[in-house]
Design a binder for this molecule. Structure first.
Ligand SMILES: Cc1ncc(COP(=O)(O)O)c(C=O)c1O
Length: 398
């Protein structure tokens, strides 16, 4: 046991990202739930105080122009862009991921054109994507075909309009092959739509490099934007002119203040907007993104893999035989930034997590039997990983 503690100390000392932890509001619990809700960056409350008192309180309506509120969705989209490998001008921030899934799926079917009546959807998708794709399919005369991501190449065909996939599976932490599956979709003449909720801010995505067509993601996990912070929509530049939003609200109009009855879409990423942006949440997100200044996603990925490797090693060494088994792939090429452990005793899983939280290790669970531990490299260290594995082992042994 002391061997792992010593290794953790050495790894933390050598870790160039370790000082970033000081940028966050944390306590002495081990916070491994940043894959659900990221921690609060320390400087955000002061910025929000300024937004409330000066921008809203004193300037009021003037802030739409003078404080840059009106252009916030594109400006913040451009801040997220380098984190997901996108050039500027392709990401707009706003609405929830669920709403953006709707925009992206319907728009993809419209871009795909005639004769293609199937939408392939990740069979183990986060539920909202499946529900919304199902409704979008009914509205547009398409058919949803649930497919395991690894079976997508075989399922693609001349009838496929679009494929909707999760980059990292929310339950298992499995990372799917975004470059390969995007290329396979294109070979079949279909569009690739990716949900980046569990990858953005945790690992390189390479949207432009891999030719992704459309993507959506949330900002409250590894981007630390705060509870319910707005999501984003990526529309590759080559599709923007033909992007036909199913929710053409007034703020995506080419001349919104003309208030004309006829809709004429704006150019560029603005076309992905719907209604009035949720400014308070959006500006909290913008402020939270400051922690990324000078931080490379590649360095974050390297630390994430080292952390999850180390945690898996500690669990294997500490946990009583046969009580938990990793469902997260061992291979780095297939691992996101979380470790999911299946409990041998499904009925006791919730109790294990309850006691873990009581003892200062915060993860979460997905019913019936999966314990999830998210590793946010910006503020989680190796000593945290060792402590979490040690306390988990004690709880399992009790
Ligand atoms: C992969 C994935 N997609 C979609 C969502 C839903 O996002 P929202 O509730 O913000 O619409 C989540 C939420 O956790 C998610 O993990």
């Amino acid at each position: 046991m002391s061997d792992f503690k010593e290794r953790a100390e050495a790894l933390d000392t050598a870790d160039e990202l370790a000082p970033l932890r000081e940028l966050f509001t944390l306590d002495d619990t081990v916070y491994l739930d940043g894959n659900s809700l990221g921690a609060l960056p320390r400087h955000v409350p002061a910025r929000m105080q300024e937004v409330l008192t000066r921008e809203w309180g004193a300037l009021r309506i003037r802030s739409w122009g003078e404080s840059g509120w009106w252009t916030a969705p594109e400006r913040i989209g451009d801040r997220i862009a380098p984190l997901v490998g996108a050039a500027a001008g392709q990401i707009v921030v706003g609405d929830s991921t669920s709403v953006n899934v709707f925009k992206a799926v319907v728009a993809a079917t419209r871009l795909a054109g005639e004769g293609r009546d199937e939408i392939l959807v990740d069979a183990s998708t986060f539920p909202t994507d499946g529900y919304i794709a199902g409704s979008a399919a009914r509205m547009t005369g398409h058919r949803v075909v649930p497919v395991a991501p690894s079976d997508v190449p075989a399922a693609l065909g001349p009838r496929t309009a679009a494929v909707l996939l999760n980059h990292v599976d929310y339950r298992t932490g499995r990372l799917h092959d975004l470059p390969g599956l995007t290329a396979a979709a294109h070979e079949a003449g279909a569009l690739a739509v990716w949900d980046l909720c569990h990858s953005a801010g945790a690992l390189p995505v390479g949207l432009d490099a891999h030719g992704v067509d459309l993507a959506v993601g949330c900002t409250y996990k590894y981007l630390n934007g705060g509870p319910g912070s707005p999501a984003y929509l990526y529309v590759a530049e080559r599709h923007q002119e033909a992007f036909d939003s199913p929710l053409p609200g007034w703020t995506s109009h080419a001349d919104p203040f003309a208030m004309t009855p006829g809709y004429a879409p704006a150019d560029g990423s603005v076309r992905g907007r719907v209604g009035t942006p949720d400014i308070l949440s959006m500006l909290a997100l913008e402020s939270a993104l400051d922690v990324w200044d000078g931080v490379s996603v590649e360095a974050v990925r390297a630390k994430s893999l080292a952390l999850t490797d180390f945690f898996l090693e500690c669990v294997a060494a500490y946990a009583p035989e046969g009580r938990v088994a990793p469902v997260t792939p061992v291979s780095h090429a297939e691992r996101g930034s979380q470790v999911s452990l299946r409990c041998e005793n499904a009925d006791g899983t919730a109790e294990v997590m309850r006691v873990l939280i009581e003892r200062g290790v915060v993860g979460d669970l997905r019913r019936p039997d999966v314990l999830r531990f998210g590793f946010t490299p910006l503020y989680v260290g190796f000593a945290d990983a060792e402590r979490a594995a040690r306390i988990l082992a004690e709880v399992l042994a009790a």
